[in-house]
Design a protein around this ligand. Structure first.
Ligand code: NI
Length: 134
């Protein structure tokens, strides 16, 4: 187990009260858990901003009946194949497919892949979940 250290912080009462309400709403067991999560989240955002090695998942929904759509999606994914770890395809209903693409690499390239998938005609929704540095 990692070594734990304790430190005290001083903040305004109003901010502390707001934070305690936030902790309760999110069901954190204590302040330390919440602060640890916020710190990790800040590091993830910073890694993405600084174009570092990151990992994440692109979730997309599209209508597979749209002309040339599957070819375009496959072409783009092959262009970025070195950043793609795996993908999962689920047939949501008669028209729509859900695809989850697990990605790892330089954040600028991952963002570019997500943006290119987003602007294909027939793609209904794309969301990029950014997670920690790899
Ligand atoms: Ni499908």
């Amino acid at each position: 187990m990692a070594e734990l250290i304790r430190f005290g912080i001083s903040i305004e009462k109003e901010l502390s009260d707001k934070f305690d309400r936030f902790i309760k709403e999110k069901n954190y067991t204590n302040r330390s858990e919440a602060i640890r999560d916020l710190i990790r989240d800040t590091f993830v955002k910073d890694a993405w901003k600084q174009n570092r090695n990151v990992s994440g998942a692109i979730t997309m929904v599209y209508d597979h009946h749209k002309r040339d759509l599957l070819d375009k999606i496959i072409d783009i994914q092959h262009d970025f194949s070195r950043f793609i770890i795996s993908s999962q395809h689920v047939h949501l209903n008669h028209h729509d497919c859900l695809e989850i693409v697990v990605v790892k690499g330089i954040s600028r390239e991952i963002q570019k892949l997500s943006d290119r998938l987003k602007c294909i005609k027939g793609v209904k929704h794309v969301s990029l979940a950014m997670t920690q540095a790899s």
